[in-house]
Design a protein around this ligand. Structure first.
Ligand code: FES
Length: 103
């Protein structure tokens, strides 16, 4: 018997939103899919580092050198992760300083 894989849930606590996405969805696409604004000026190519978000809960893979270099080049704080570099594999809660709560 085949059971469909569970869909990970991405939550946006400051906005009271959540969205289910297929496993492996780029986090930046999940954010856009929820209708939440996310900054980007490089076409999700890991260049601009404007797509940084805070991972509030859940697990994501360790940062790869390409993500680290993009963050350093653009002076992005270590604690932010670039949402175009991450794939959603399990439930996550995310936030960004420019997402006002309740907005
Ligand atoms: S969108 Fe430019 S680095 Fe993520």
């Amino acid at each position: 018997m085949h059971y469909p894989a569970a869909m990970p849930v991405v939550r946006f606590p400051s906005r009271g939103l959540e969205i289910e996405v297929p496993p492996g969805t780029p986090l930046i696409e999940a954010i856009r899919g929820a209708g939440v604004p996310v900054a980007s000026s490089c076409g999700d190519e890991l260049l601009c580092a404007k797509c940084g978000v805070r991972i509030l809960a859940g697990s994501v893979p360790r940062e790869k050198p390409v993500e680290r270099r993009a963050k350093r080049r653009n002076r992005v704080p270590d604690e932010l992760r670039l949402s175009c570099a991450l794939r959603v594999r399990s439930d996550l809660s995310v936030g960004a300083d420019y997402w006002p709560s309740g907005a």
